[in-house]
Design a protein around this ligand. Structure first.
Ligand SMILES: Nc1nc2c(ncn2[C@@H]2O[C@H](COP(=O)(O)OP(=O)(O)OP(=O)(O)O)[C@@H](O)[C@H]2O)c(=O)[nH]1
Ligand SMILES: [Mg+2]
Length: 419
């Protein structure tokens, strides 16, 4: 099965809690604080791996949870960081935000990684909160919860050459002849239902990747046959190879049909550089047919037999040349790309909203600080309030006319406003 779209949820590892402890030594009645920090939670990454060819594995593993950081311990022992998690995806995987559909990443080269969710920070131990005025803080921070995100992964094959042809033209046979791929071949239409990718070794450092897709028929744009939705798999190819069966009633009409269907699908794709290969030359009548329309053939036409590999070598060399030109152009184009001007938007550190029950304070930094606070610990709550004070939250509340006794919410935590 070929799976090319999958929804996936990722939760990074939670940070370990900071520790609250005090030195205990014989004959020393009041040791200082020595609670260590919690370890950071593991991040979750996507990584492109050429050994995969579909997103199938991810369909059965739809929620990934990162490793949590270990809690800090006494004697200033730092908790161990959670190991990062790498989710392998095939080359050509496009990562979309599930909600907005926005493209976030496009993983095209072996080993390319993208951070899907950063791990939560470890909480600080009480040793870190000792100050001149509070030498023995009796609280520590909790670990930061992991980040939770949802993505839509979409696989768009990346190949140098895309094969286009009617069913039975011999596309899969050609792929099997020129590469180590083993696509299904059959004497009936629509043998190929899902795309196949093959790597063609030409010489030393020269290789071509070729994508074999299902056959298109006249009217595919109206949904006939398998329709033409699968053509998106060759959207990212550099060159198209039209493969035509010389046994067709009128091979030149076949060219016209393919051309038209491609145009219906996408103008951009129909502009792609292309070559034509007329196949099944091992059958004598076919050779005669090819000779017969000599003057009417497209310019870049090749006579081949996918079955006996006659004429295949010159075809591959010609494909290579076109692919190479395209690669070079791309490289030159990349050099010229100017660095995009980033627009910086000012985001206030927090926002105060009036609600029927009192006030609600919103903001990432605050949410994080609240999540790391142990609200059962009076000192921890005081520490949290000092942070609010420093950030100017109380001033803002006062400006908005908060009265003593009114409720102030941060996430699910409720506090009472005091002067
Ligand atoms: N004689 C001869 N037969 C061929 C040649 N190439 C392919 N065939 C035969 O044509 C039939 C169709 O071949 P496939 O490779 O499955 O064709 P396809 O274009 O992949 O077809 P779909 O997957 O259905 O679109 C098979 O019976 C092949 O053996 C050739 O060069 N010569
Ligand atoms: Mg096929």
């Amino acid at each position: 099965m070929f799976v090319d779209r999958v929804r996936i949820k990722v939760t990074s590892g939670k940070g370990g809690n900071g520790c609250c402890s005090f030195r205990r030594e014989a004959y020393v009645p009041l040791g200082g604080p020595n609670g260590g920090d919690g370890g950071d939670g593991g991040s979750v990454y996507f990584v492109a791996a050429s050994r995969l060819s579909t997103l199938l594995d991810l369909r059965y593993h739809a929620h990934w949870v990162g490793k949590r950081g270990a809690h800090g311990q006494g004697k200033d022992r730092h908790g161990k960081n959670g190991a990062d998690t790498y989710i392998e995806v095939p080359l050509g995987t496009v990562v979309h935000d599930f909600e907005s559909g926005e493209i976030l990443a496009d993983l095209t080269t072996e080993g390319e990684t993208w951070l899907a969710a950063p791990g939560g920070s470890g909480g600080r131990g009480n040793a870190r909160f000792a100050t001149a005025t509070n030498r023995a803080p009796r609280f520590a921070e909790k670990g930061e919860p992991g980040a939770e995100r949802e993505f839509l992964l979409e696989l768009k094959l990346i190949a140098d050459v895309g094969l286009v042809g009617l069913p039975n033209a011999g596309k899969s046979t050609l792929l099997a002849t020129i590469s180590a791929a083993k696509p299904k071949i059959g004497d009936y239409p629509f043998t190929t239902l899902t795309p196949n990718l093959g790597v063609v070794p030409l010489s030393d450092h020269r290789t071509l990747t070729v994508a074999d897709i299902p056959g298109i028929i006249e009217g595919a744009s109206e949904g006939k046959g398998l329709g033409h939705d699968f053509l998106r798999h060759i959207e990212r190819t550099r060159v198209l190879l039209f493969l035509i069966d010389l046994g067709d009633d009128a091979p030149l009409d076949t060219v016209r049909i393919l051309d038209e269907e491609l145009r219906q699908y996408s103008e951009a794709l129909s502009q792609r550089p292309r070559l034509y290969a007329f196949n099944k030359a091992d059958i004598p009548e076919n050779r005669e047919c090819y000779q017969a329309f000599e003057g009417q053939r497209p310019q870049s036409a090749f006579l081949i037999s996918a079955a006996t590999s006659e004429g295949v070598r010159p075809l591959l060399e010609a494909l290579w040349k076109m692919v190479d030109v395209d690669r070079r152009e791309e490289q030159e184009a990349q050099v010229e790309i100017p660095t995009p001007q980033r627009e910086y938007a000012f985001t206030p550190p927090f926002e105060v909203k009036r609600t029927p029950a009192g006030f609600r304070i919103l903001g990432d930094k605050l949410r994080r600080a609240a999540a790391m606070t142990d609200f059962d610990n009076e000192e921890a709550v005081m520490h949290f309030q000092r942070r609010l004070e420093k950030m100017g939250v109380f001033k803002a509340l006062k400006r908005m006319g908060a009265q003593p006794g009114q409720s102030v919410f941060i996430e699910e935590y409720e506090m009472e406003y005091k002067e």
